[in-house]
Design a protein around this ligand. Structure first.
Ligand code: SF4
Ligand code: MG
Length: 368
C-alpha cells in the first residue's frame, strides 16, 4: 500500500513543575495516500498532540521523546533527497530505510521542515483566527499561499484565490476576497481558512476538529467540499474529531485513541459494524440519534479521563471499562491483537489476547 505518513511508536512528554505528562505513549498508525483517516477519542486523548507532532509545532514544553514520523513525498527517494538538499549538512540521518523523511529528526525551523509545513502538509484548526491574519484581506492571504506554492503570476493568483473562495461555497467570492477576517461570520472564516489551506495544494491535509464550532448545515457543506477536493487534488486527509457521526460521513479508515494510545484501528465499516475495543463500543453508543442535538458531549461513558499526572497500570481504560476482566486488565498492558476480517483490524484489549482468554476462563477478581 502507498503510505504518505507512517507514525511508529511515537512518544511525547510534557515536563511541568507538577511532573511529567506522557501525552502520547507509543502511537503507531499509517495514513494511506489519497485516503481520509479519522482520529477519534474524547478531548485529552492525544489527537491534537499527534497532529502537532507531525507538523513539528508541539506547544512548549512538549517534546518528542521516542519514535518516528516517516513522511513519503510523491516521487520517492529522489523527492526526498531534493527536499533534504535544501537543508545542507546534518539532515542526511533523517532519511529512512524506505526512502522517506523522518520528520522527528528535522530541526523544526529547518528549510526542509518549513517546506513540508504548508506546501506538503497543511493544517486547519478549530479556531480560524489561528491561521488568518486580521490585518490582511482574506483574498490577499489566499493569493500569498498560491504565489508561494503554485504560480509566480500575480494576476493568475488573484483569479485563483477568488475561484477557491467560490469552491468553498462563498456566495459572493469577489466581495469576500476584499473583506477582512473580522467582517466575516465564523462559518465564512472557517471556509476562508480551508480555502487558504487548499490553495497550498498539500499532499496531506490535517484538520483538527474544523467543524465542531459550526452549525450542522455548514458542517455538512464543508465535509462535502473536503471530499470533493480530496478527489480533485488527490490529497490525503487526517481528520481529527470527537464525533463518530462526522467519521461516518467522511472517513475511509479510523484510529481510535484513548489516553495517548491507539486502542483500535480499522476501516470505517469495521469500526461501525464490527467494533472490538470496549472504548470504541462506548463511543459508538454515544452517537446522537436522529432528532437529538448534534455534538452531544460523550457523557454516556462512565467515569472520566484520569488525572494526567498519574500513570494508570495495565490497560489504561480499565478504571472505566464495562467489560473489565479482572487482574489481567489492571496489571498487564494489552498488546495489539490483529483480528480476522476483510481489512486490517487491530485492537489493544485483553478480550483478544491469550492472557485475557486465560483470565476469562478463571473467576474474575475485584477492580483495583
Ligand atoms: Fe477493558 Fe480489559 Fe479490554 Fe482494557 S483490556 S478494554 S479493561 S477488557
Ligand atoms: Mg484537541
Amino acid at each position: 500500500e502507498d503510505v504518505i505518513v507512517s507514525v511508529q511508536d511515537l512518544q511525547v512528554e510534557f515536563k511541568t513543575t507538577l511532573g511529567v505528562v506522557r501525552a502520547l505513549n507509543g502511537v503507531s498508525f499509517d495514513i494511506p495516500r489519497g485516503k481520509v483517516v479519522g482520529i477519534v477519542g474524547e478531548s485529552g486523548c492525544g489527537k491534537s498532540v499527534t497532529a502537532r507532532a507531525i507538523m513539528q509545532i508541539i506547544e512548549h514544553p512538549g517534546k518528542i521523546t521516542n519514535g518516528s514520523i516517516e513522511f513519503h513525498r510523491q516521487g520517492g527517494d529522489r523527492a526526498t533527497s531534493q527536499l533534504l538538499a535544501e537543508d545542507g549538512a546534518g539532515a542526511d540521518d533523517a532519511v529512512t530505510a524506505s526512502g522517506g523523511v523522518d520528520i522527528t529528526r528535522l530541526n523544526p525551523r529547518s528549510a526542509a521542515m518549513r517546506a513540508i509545513r504548508g506546501a506538503e502538509i497543511a493544517m486547519i484548526f478549530q479556531e480560524p483566527m489561528t491561521s488568518l491574519n486580521p490585518v490582511y484581506t482574506v483574498g490577499s492571504q489566499i493569493e500569498e499561499a498560491i504565489l508561494l506554492h503554485q504560480t509566480p503570476d500575480k494576476e493568475k493568483a488573484r483569479q485563483q484565490a477568488v475561484d477557491m473562495l467560490r469552491q468553498v461555497g462563498m456566495p459572493n467570492p469577489e466581495r469576500i476576497a476584499k473583506s477582512y477576517p473580522h467582517q466575516l461570520s465564523g462559518g465564512m472564516r472557517q471556509r476562508a481558512m480551508i480555502a487558504m489551506a487548499m490553495s497550498c495544494h498539500p499532499a496531506l491535509l490535517i484538520a483538527d476538529e474544523p467543524t465542531t464550532a459550526l452549525d450542522v448545515t455548514t458542517e455538512a457543506q464543508i465535509l462535502a467540499l473536503m471530499r470533493k477536493l480530496k478527489d480533485e487534488i488527490g490529497m490525503s486527509i487526517m481528520f481529527i474529531t470527537h464525533s463518530m457521526g462526522v467519521v461516518a460521513q467522511l472517513c475511509d479508515e479510523v484510529i481510535v485513541m484513548y489516553l495517548g494510545q491507539v486502542v483500535e484501528r480499522a476501516s470505517v465499516d469495521e469500526i461501525f459494524y464490527n467494533p472490538k475495543h470496549p472504548y470504541t463500543r462506548s463511543l459508538l453508543r454515544s452517537i446522537p440519534r436522529i432528532g437529538m442535538a448534534e455534538h452531544t458531549p460523550l457523557e454516556v461513558i462512565k467515569g472520566s479521563i484520569p488525572d494526567p499526572y498519574t500513570q494508570v497500570t495495565g490497560c489504561s481504560f480499565h478504571p472505566r471499562c464495562p467489560d473489565y476482566l479482572g487482574d489481567v486488565c489492571r496489571d498487564t498492558i494489552p498488546a495489539e491483537a490483529l483480528l480476522a476480517g476483510p481489512t486490517p483490524h487491530g485492537a489493544k484489549c485483553h478480550l483478544y489476547t491469550d492472557e485475557g482468554r486465560a483470565a476469562l476462563a478463571a473467576p474474575a477478581t475485584t477492580r483495583g
